[in-house]
Design a binder for this molecule. Structure first.
Ligand SMILES: Cc1cc2nc3c(=O)[nH]c(=O)nc-3n(C[C@H](O)[C@H](O)[C@H](O)COP(=O)(O)OP(=O)(O)OC[C@H]3O[C@@H](n4cnc5c(N)ncnc54)[C@H](O)[C@@H]3O)c2cc1C
Length: 355
C-alpha cells in the first residue's frame, strides 16, 4: 500500500493497536486519522484491570513503550507476587523480585490506558473521528479488535476496601481450559474467569467464580458491581494483510497469546511493525514472522498441553514456580519458541490448528 506524507493515513478502530499505530505514524511525520465507532476510546471497555505481562517478549512492556516514545501518563502498577488457588490442593504464593505484570485499567476514565493513549494521540495532533464506522475500503490499518470468539471472559468490577492483591484460580471445578483471577488495586477490584467454549457452563460459571473466590478469600461482591462479558480472538492464520495491502493489527489480525489470552503487548508490537512497513518499507509479514509468530506458536504449543493437564499437574507445575527464587525465568523459558517447541509445532500442527 502506497502512503504519502501529504495525504492522511486512515486507521479503523481506536483501541490500543489503533491508537499506538496513530502515535507512531504522527511521530514519523505522517497524518493519521482514526475512525472510532464509540464516542470515546475505551468506552467499549469495562473499566477492568488487565495485566501487561513481562515474560513473552524480550523487552518488558514499559521499556518498550519508553523505546517508542509513548509517555507513561496512564496509571500502572507493577505486580511481582500473586497467589494461586486450587480445589484440592493448598494455595501457593509466587514471588519474583521483578514484576510479572504491569497492571493497567482499561476504559475511558482519567488514568485508564485507553483514555490516556487517546489524550496523548490528540495532544500530538492525531485526528480521531468518533462515532464513525466507515467501510474498510479506504483504510490502511484495520485495528477493530476481536472479530471471532475463540475464548470467552466474564466477570465483575467493583469497589472494595481490601488491600492490593492478585489471585489466580486454577480450580478444576471452575474451568478446565481457562482460569479465574481476582485483582485488587487501589480500591478497584476485577474478578473474572476466562474459558473456552468446551467448558460451556453458560451463566453457571459466574456463580462458580464467586463460589471459588469466596471459598478461599474473605471477599464480598457489593450489589453495585458491574457485570461484564466479552470474547477474544487469537489466530495465526487470520489474514494479516489483504489483497489491497490493508494491514490488520491487534486482535483484528488474530494477534494474541493462545495460552492465557494476553493481547495488549501483541496489539502494540503488531502496530509497531505495521507502521514500520508503511513508513520504512520493512516487510510486515517478514517482521511478524521473525518477531511475533514465534511467541504465538510457543503459546499455541503450551495451550495444547495446558488443556491436557489435570488439576494435580497444574498444582505440581505451580509448586515449581512457587518454590523458585526466579519464577519469571521459568515462565520465560517455557514461553520461548525452543527447538523442542518448533518440533512439536510441526508434529502436532493439525491438532494445534484446531485449538
Ligand atoms: C475482559 C478482558 C480482559 C483481558 N485481559 C487482558 C490482560 O490481562 N492482559 C492482556 O495483555 N490482554 C488482555 N485482554 C486482551 C486485550 O484487552 C486485547 O487483546 C487488546 O485490547 C486488543 O487491542 P486491539 O487494539 O486489537 O482491540 P481493542 O482494544 O478492543 O480496540 C478495538 C477498537 O476498535 C473499535 N472498533 C471496533 N469495530 C469498529 C468499527 N467497525 N469501526 C470503528 N471502530 C471500531 C472499538 O470500539 C475499539 O475501540 C483482555 C481482554 C478482555 C476482553
Amino acid at each position: 500500500m502506497k502512503i504519502s506524507k501529504y495525504s492522511p493515513i486512515k486507521i479503523l478502530g481506536g483501541g490500543i493497536s489503533g491508537l499506538t499505530a496513530a502515535i507512531f505514524l504522527k511521530n514519523a511525520g505522517y497524518d493519521p486519522i482514526i475512525y472510532e465507532k464509540n464516542t470515546q476510546c475505551g468506552s467499549g471497555r469495562h473499566g477492568d484491570i488487565e495485566g501487561l505481562e513481562t515474560w513473552n517478549f524480550n523487552l518488558n512492556p514499559i521499556q518498550f513503550l519508553k523505546f517508542l516514545n509513548i509517555p507513561l501518563n496512564f496509571n500502572y502498577k507493577s505486580e511481582n507476587q500473586f497467589k494461586i488457588h486450587f480445589d484440592n490442593y493448598p494455595s501457593l504464593d509466587v514471588y519474583d523480585e521483578n514484576p510479572f505484570f504491569y497492571l493497567v485499567k482499561r476504559g475511558r476514565d482519567s488514568g485508564d490506558l485507553d483514555k490516556e493513549l487517546q489524550s496523548y494521540a490528540l495532544s500530538i495532533g492525531c485526528e480521531i473521528r468518533f462515532n464513525f464506522s466507515p467501510k474498510i475500503e479506504n483504510m490502511s490499518i484495520i485495528a477493530t479488535g476481536s472479530n471471532s470468539a475463540k475464548a470467552y471472559i466474564q466477570g465483575y468490577t467493583f469497589k472494595t476496601d481490601l488491600p492490593n492483591q492478585t489471585h489466580l484460580f486454577l480450580n478444576e471445578s471452575l474451568t478446565k481450559s481457562g482460569y479465574g483471577y481476582l485483582i485488587i488495586w487501589d480500591g478497584n477490584a476485577t474478578l473474572s474467569v476466562a474459558y473456552k467454549k468446551k467448558d460451556n457452563k453458560g451463566r453457571q460459571i459466574l456463580n462458580k467464580l464467586i463460589q471459588v473466590s469466596q471459598n478461599k478469600l474473605d471477599i464480598n461482591i457489593p450489589k453495585d458491581n458491574q457485570k461484564y462479558g466479552s470474547y477474544g480472538s487469537f489466530d495465526i492464520d487470520t489474514p494479516k494483510i489483504d489483497q489491497f495491502g490493508k494491514l490488520y493489527v491487534g486482535e483484528a489480525g488474530g494477534f494474541q497469546d493462545y495460552l492465557f489470552g494476553f493481547g495488549m503487548n501483541y496489539a502494540i508490537y503488531s502496530s509497531y511493525y505495521a507502521v514500520k512497513s508503511l513508513v520504512d518499507k520493512i516487510d510486515f509479514m517478514k517482521s511478524i514472522n521473525q518477531n511475533i509468530f514465534p511467541h504465538m506458536k510457543a503459546s499455541l504449543v503450551n495451550r495444547y498441553f495446558y488443556e491436557k493437564l489435570s488439576e494435580k499437574n497444574k498444582y505440581q507445575i505451580c509448586k515449581i514456580l512457587s518454590k523458585s527464587d526466579n519464577p519469571l525465568k521459568i515462565l520465560r523459558k517455557r514461553s520461548n519458541y525452543s527447538i523442542k517447541k518448533q518440533l512439536m509445532f510441526k508434529l502436532f500442527n493439525k491438532k494445534l490448528k484446531s485449538i
